[in-house]
Design a protein around this ligand. Structure first.
Ligand code: TYC
Length: 102
């Protein structure tokens, strides 16, 4: 950031030290009990995916064990994780969701 001229007429230029906020991946974990349709609904409702996108991500998690639902700043990622776990518990499903720094 450039500051105005000072008493001596010297123009000081300071380097901007503001870093972009760190981003976190929100990951869904596979389990043997949560119905596929429920996972698709979670991905549509909490991560804004279309039914087709949600189905692809759900199948990836089902086959590979985990998959990325989205990438967000820390507070948003933490809220998504809480919402997914809480909503799944309310419906008696063991679906697990975690966040990981990118
Ligand atoms: N493996 C589950 C089943 O066969 C489906 C599933 C997919 C569960 C993704 C969790 O994150 C998950 N019903």
């Amino acid at each position: 950031m450039a500051t105005g001229p000072r008493e001596g007429g010297v123009l000081e230029v300071e380097k901007q030290k503001v870093k972009p906020p760190p981003l976190f991946k929100v990951l869904l974990l596979n389990d043997d009990y949560t119905p596929m349709d429920f996972v698709v609904g979670v991905l549509q409702n909490f991560f804004g995916m279309t039914r087709e996108q949600a189905t692809q991500v759900m199948l990836k998690v089902h086959r590979e064990g985990m998959g990325v639902c989205g990438v967000y700043p820390k507070d948003v990622a933490a809220t998504k994780v809480e919402q997914v776990i809480s909503y799944s518990r309310q419906h008696q499903h063991p679906l697990q969701c975690v966040m990981e720094e990118n």
